[in-house]
Write a protein that binds this ligand. Structure first.
Ligand code: PMP
Length: 374
């Protein structure tokens, strides 16, 4: 049985360039980049080169990049670091469709969570309402990882500068980097989270871009790595692999985003046309890679099981939440009932996706949905 992998929003297969770049740092080149002898210096040079390369691709200064263990840590560092010296309800604001790593951190700070409309777009009037000069951080993602909605980040930043001039703007760009020009779209943000495994790099490595001038307290205590902003021996191989992956993604992005977007459109048209009671989950502009649809009368978990038996890998919203019976917080925030939310499946495409994958899925999904309904 051949695998049709349509779960790139959960994680991506690694780019060969990333694997090749990493191998020397998993074998001969094992130095600790903080040391001073030759073995350390070789590792240090690799980290420096990777930082330079990432900075070019993210249109920032190398010194603005803080390496972390991934998107979850970057998001926690942004929220908790920006509010390290502030406390009290309302000092941090995010929107309701954020990843749990933002939502949970914001909730731990008794922050304010503003709603979204039926397309998953942050309610800018509610955001404005929630802002005041005491707010330290506003966090709105660049693109949603479940339904794909692209958020109006430049509006968020503009409103924040007006209403809460002391606040930092953070954006979780984890779901955006593979297909969108995150460097340009997030240029209005002070803090930007990325995670390598969502764009062809390894798992367990990511970065928080901290613009110079943005004051961020450390969350972890330890050494002086990453200028004291994130202590701990750097994951040299991961850093090198992430830089290699982003290099490929940046070089290919325009062409790939168009190719993937065309495949996504073909998938959505193919499925929606041949099936009654199937609805795209959002009417908003989305990342080119995500197609999320609700199938009336079925449970996504049942469909996913049958799809898996047919070799098709998709998911019901975020991987971290699947297995749990809770309906997606994203779809519920968008106004879906629990039953509607439980009927939604996310197909997410990426650099390995082919027309054959899409055509196979168009053939299989309607049959399985009908089978479950009858
Ligand atoms: N933010 C978003 C939007 C995500 O999709 C994910 C991964 N599900 C994360 C953050 C967490 O990233 P990581 O898996 O690297 O911790």
């Amino acid at each position: 049985l051949e695998t049709t992998y349509l779960d790139h929003a959960a994680t991506t297969p690694m780019r060969a360039e990333a694997v090749a770049a990493m191998l020397p740092f998993l074998t001969d080149n094992y130095g600790n980049p903080s040391g001073s002898h030759s073995v350390s210096r070789a590792a240090r040079k690799a980290v420096d080169d990777a930082r330079d390369s990432l900075a070019r691709d993210l249109a920032c200064d190398p010194g603005e990049i803080v390496f972390t263990s991934g998107g979850t840590e970057s998001n926690n560092l942004a929220v908790l670091g920006a509010t390290a010296r502030a406390s009290g309800p309302g000092s941090v604001v995010c929107c309701a469709v954020e990843h749990h790593s933002v939502l949970g951190a914001v909730e731990s700070k008794e922050g304010t969570i503003v709603g979204v409309d039926g397309r998953g777009v942050v309610d800018l009037a509610a955001l404005e309402e929630a802002l005041s000069p005491s707010v330290r951080l506003v966090s709105v993602m660049l693109a949603n990882n479940e339904v794909g909605t692209v958020e109006p980040l430049s509006d968020v930043a503009r409103i924040t500068r007006e209403r809460a001039p002391g606040a930092l703007v953070h954006t979780d760009a984890v779901a955006a980097v593979a297909c969108l020009d995150a460097a340009r779209l997030a240029s209005c943000a002070d803090l930007v989270s990325i995670s390598a495994h969502k764009f062809g790099g390894p798992k367990g490595i990511g970065a928080l871009l901290v613009r110079s001038g943005a004051r961020l307290g450390a969350v972890l205590h330890g050494g002086e790595q990453e200028r004291g902003r994130r202590p701990g021996t750097q994951h040299v191989a991961g850093i090198v692999g992430m830089a290699a992956a982003l290099g490929v993604v940046t070089a290919e992005r325009e062409v790939e985003a168009e190719r993937i977007g065309a495949l996504r459109d073909r998938l959505s048209k193919g499925i929606l046309a041949s099936l009654e009671g199937a609805t795209e989950s959002t009417a908003a502009e989305t990342v080119p890679s995500i197609f999320n649809a609700r199938f009336a009368g079925i449970e996504a978990e049942d469909l996913l099981l049958l799809l898996d038996q047919a070799g098709i890998c998709a998911s019901a919203g975020a991987a971290c939440a699947s297995g749990a019976l809770d309906p997606s917080h994203v779809l519920v925030a968008m106004g879906c009932s629990n039953d509607e939310a439980r009927s939604a499946v996310r197909f997410s495409l990426g650099w390995t996706t082919t027309a054959a994958d899409v055509d196979h899925t168009i053939e299989v999904v309607p049959k399985l949905v009908e089978q479950l309904r009858s």
